[in-house]
Design a protein around this ligand. Structure first.
Ligand SMILES: Nc1ncnc2c1ncn2[C@@H]1O[C@H](COP(=O)(O)OP(=O)(O)OP(=O)(O)O)[C@@H](O)[C@H]1O
Length: 703
């Protein structure tokens, strides 16, 4: 007999106090050990539409709601006595008519008793705001769909009429009553005009183990799994996966594989589960899970431990490190000493000195640094010939042979200067590690999983390619081209990494409300192609919950902006948000002062994010958009977005040609997109008039 937990049970458990939770957990363990234990007091819920719902006594006040059939035992809900009974009376378990996936359905007649939570929008002084008024007329969305269409999409019979009459204004009010797969199919229909009907179930399919059912019910195979599900602070992502995520987690692939998807679609969650899956199923696996920065890799490590139940046997076979951290560790292993790093502050004077010594004229310091970083150092160019041949996306238009001849000796000299100081750039360290492992049969890892893969540079990817064994399953990447902010694009194929035919896009956004996602998506083209022509299509992405429209504020001056944003932070805290649930971002560090003042205006002490800051408890975070990567907050404020600040006018002023201008615009948009999509429920963007040209794109974003 299957023993299952429902996500509704775990959400309900999280709402009880500590003592109550402890008592519930003991009862659930007893139940899993022996459901026929005579000490367990079951009572059938007479008022329920489903005869298989029973209550089980936890203590005088608390009742578990279980659903018992011949083949399964489902722990469905827990609450105080009367509320637990009320919940069960309003529910039945049925099967999706096509897929056969089991689902908990709320019975329609009693729904008037339910108050649907609505977001309260903060009121801000009227004159400062130039937000677009939402349209007042909301036509029904699904009138063209027949009852059969809706049933096939997974709408329970009781809810057909409500769905047929639903408009953009109230559709999400229904979301709590309709299974996730139906909401997703309907949102996809709104987006694309096509209703995708799922395939028919296999006749012998167990309704509770169908992939769609596993988003809400999880079979607990043993006591350890149950312990994990009950013991950790409960996180839905750790237990219930979307079928598309599950396929990527345990799928077999014929070569390097990439998971794409817009911000918040659960790519990191897939990377984490895949790592755990490999470690569990392959006892010989030695796995590297790597990402862009230390805070991100620390966050990954923390979450992976959660998935591995702190199992030391699995723990010692995995390294979770940032790209540079892996390189430094392996470099040290190979050379028996740490690399002394050449950072920007060492490279810039070396370039300036070299340019001066060789009387180079006609090139700015900024150009030299960019050419060094993106071409010379990135590709580890070792001579004039190689410099002439290097694949130069976008840069080839503007550097003729004569210019390259003038430039190369300068770069060569800068390299000598750094070598005389015994300094290695990160790219050199990556290069050394790549050179060491490239032709060796023994690799340091059997599997490499990369998160934030859109920000892999040439040297990083070369190192990863050299470290990966020649096995189709050895490389797995997670990333979103629309969030590329640190690297210029280049061909992965050119470095031997071929993900063609194995790039999969996730479409369900778990982080961000429908309104915020839809507005933020307007900042980017719907289809983005990488250099190798692989398409990432954002169309058809759905968010599964509703929230207020993003607020766009244009202020007359900085003081006014600071005052209004301060008030918004204050109001958010009054409404119950914790300080650490709010993040304030600006384009660059010279605008941080405006964020700092706004947070202080709200009576809070700001916490300045950096590469090292991880503990944000009790403080409102402020930081540059670059530091927003990988974070999430209930409320995000992106402020100081004035004209000339976003996109950054300094960058625009120094571009050499159209191609580089496009690249600057792309990365500036990506930055803004990354910052906006850190918001779960509420987003405010603001600037001083004239404001960023990107506001116009966001404004068009509300359906
Ligand atoms: N199956 C799931 N069930 C519930 N929550 C999920 C699920 N998958 C992801 N989430 C939640 O959605 C949010 C976004 O997930 P994640 O960080 O993996 O997305 P991402 O695609 O990597 O985002 P980004 O591109 O912004 O880095 C997180 O809060 C995560 O816990």
């Amino acid at each position: 007999m299957n023993f299952l937990l429902a996500d509704t049970f775990q959400s309900a458990l999280a709402k009880l106090n500590n003592d109550e939770q402890k008592a519930v957990k003991l009862t659930v363990f007893d139940l899993q050990q022996d459901p026929s234990n005579p000490g367990l007091q079951f009572h059938r819920i007479d008022g329920s539409k489903d005869p298989n719902f029973w209550s089980l006594r936890v203590n005088r006040d608390i009742r578990l709601i279980v659903h018992k059939t011949k083949s399964s035992f489902l722990v469905a809900y827990v609450d105080h006595h009367d509320d637990a009974y009320k919940w069960a009376e309003r529910r039945r378990i049925d099967k999706h008519p096509r897929t056969g996936a089991a689902r908990i359905v709320e019975v329609r007649e009693r729904v008037e008793e339910i108050t649907i939570p609505r977001y309260i929008e903060a009121k801000l002084p009227a004159p400062a705001i130039v937000a677009e008024a939402p349209s007042k007329f909301y036509p029904p969305l699904f009138l063209k769909l027949s009852e059969e269409d809706l049933l096939n999409a997974g709408v329970p019979q009781d809810w057909i009429e409500d769905v047929r009459n639903a408009s953009e204004d109230n559709f999400f009010d229904l979301a709590d009553y309709i299974p996730d797969e139906a909401i997703e199919a309907l949102m996809d229909y709104v987006d694309t005009g096509k209703l995708v009907v799922p395939g028919e179930a296999a006749p012998d399919c167990d309704p509770f183990v169908h992939p769609d059912a596993q988003r809400r019910f999880r079979v607990m195979d043993n006591v350890e799994e149950l312990e994990q599900a009950l013991n950790y602070p409960w996180d839905k992502w750790a237990i219930y996966l979307h079928p598309a995520q599950q396929q990527l987690v345990d799928g077999s692939f014929s070569g390097p594989t990439r998971v794409a998807g817009s911000a918040g679609t659960g790519k990191t969650v897939v990377a984490l589960h895949r790592a755990a899956h490999i470690l569990r199923t392959d006892r010989q696996a030695k796995l590297l899970l790597t990402t862009f920065s230390s805070p991100l890799s620390n966050a990954l490590e923390h979450k992976l431990k959660q998935l591995l139940h702190d199992d030391v046997n699995l723990d010692h076979r995995v390294s979770v490190l940032p790209f540079e951290g892996v390189a430094k560790q392996l470099f040290t292993l190979v050379h028996a000493h740490d690399p002394k790093m050449a950072r920007r502050e060492h490279v810039a004077p070396a370039l300036t000195q070299a340019a001066k010594e060789l009387n180079l004229e006609g090139f700015t310091d900024r150009f030299l640094m960019s050419e060094w970083r993106n071409v010379v150092d990135a590709w580890q160019i070792d001579g004039h010939e190689a410099y002439a041949r290097v694949p130069r996306l976008g840069r080839k238009n503007r550097l003729g042979n004569r210019q390259r001849e003038k430039l190369w000796p300068v770069f060569e000299r800068a390299r000598e200067i750094l070598a005389s100081q015994n300094r290695y750039t990160p790219a050199t360290v990556f290069g050394e590690v790549a050179a060491y492992y490239k032709d060796r049969p023994n690799k340091p890892f059997t599997h490499i999983i990369v998160d934030e893969a859109q920000d892999l540079g040439v040297p990083e990817l070369k190192m990863i390619a050299a470290m990966a064994p020649n096995d189709p399953e050895s490389l797995f990447f997670a990333g979103d081209l629309g969030q590329r902010i640190f690297q210029e694009p280049f061909s992965w194929l050119g470095l031997g990494i071929d993900v063609r035919g194995r790039s999969h896009t996730l479409k369900v956004n778990y982080r961000t409300s429908h309104q915020i996602r839809q507005s933020a998506d307007k900042l980017l083209p719907t289809v983005v192609r990488d250099v190798d022509g692989i398409k990432e299509d954002r169309r058809g992405t759905v968010s599964v919950f509703n929230g207020p429209d993003p607020e766009i504020q244009v202020h007359s001056d900085e003081n006014e902006e600071i005052r209004v944003i301060g008030l918004a932070i204050h109001e958010a805290l009054e409404e119950g948000l914790l300080p650490e649930e709010i993040g304030v971002f600006v384009r660059s560090s010279d605008k941080l002062d405006r964020a700092r003042k706004a947070v202080k205006e709200a009576g809070q002490v700001p916490l300045e994010l950096s590469d090292r800051v991880e503990d944000r408890i009790g403080r409102v975070a402020i930081g540059t958009m670059h530091l927003a990567k990988g974070l999430e907050f209930r409320q995000v404020i992106v402020m100081a977005c004035d004209e000339e600040v976003l996109p950054d006018q300094d960058r625009i002023d120094t571009v050499a040609d159209e191609v580089e201008l496009d690249e600057v615009y792309d990365t500036e948009r990506h930055l803004f997109y990354v910052a906006c999509t850190r918001a779960r429920e509420k987003l405010i963007v603001s600037g001083v008039s004239p404001a960023s040209e990107f506001f116009a794109d966001l404004k068009g974003g509300v359906i």
